[in-house]
Write a protein that binds this ligand. Structure first.
Ligand code: FMN
Length: 128
């Protein structure tokens, strides 16, 4: 299986699990073998841009933790873009956008499942 230019060693993916899929957990599962792809916990895009220590801990990774995706949440396109660039600099093979989380801290900023309630929201370049 392949995602973009990344050839995966298997088709087994570790889903993002907030509170669980941190670096030690991911490395432990990799050691057990068979894992083809991992995703981090969801990370607030703005917090990542602001280099918030909690956000930086959530995206902590290392060379043995590849290939991996970082999952972002947020609703401001420019922030999502800038955070995605940081993810790329951190070595992520992919950026995953959370569009399903229903928890308050996510939906109150328009992220997660709240995104699905605003399908007509225009990108900033089209906004009046
Ligand atoms: C405790 C917990 C935390 C989760 N955190 C996230 C998350 O941060 N991002 C996400 O996209 N999904 C999250 N999920 C959803 C899981 O990744 C997964 O899609 C869901 O549990 C369904 O998987 P299953 O069909 O194997 O049960 C979470 C689920 C659980 C139970």
């Amino acid at each position: 299986m392949r995602i973009g230019p990344t050839q995966l060693s298997s088709n087994l993916f570790l889903s993002p699990l907030a509170g669980y899929t941190n670096l030690p957990f991911r490395l432990t599962l990799r050691e057990l073998g068979g894992l083809g792809w991992v995703t981090t916990d969801l990370v607030n895009a703005r917090s990542l841009i602001e280099r918030n220590p909690t956000a930086l801990k959530l995206v902590a990774s290392c060379a043995e933790d590849r290939p991996m995706a970082i999952q972002l949440f947020g609703s401001v396109p420019e922030e999502m873009r800038d955070a995605a660039r940081i993810c790329e600099d951190l070595g992520a093979q992919s950026v995953d956008i959370n569009m399903g989380c229903p928890v308050k801290k996510v939906v109150k900023i328009g992220g997660g499942s709240a995104m699905m309630t605003e399908l007509e929201k225009p990108p900033p370049s089209c906004a009046a």
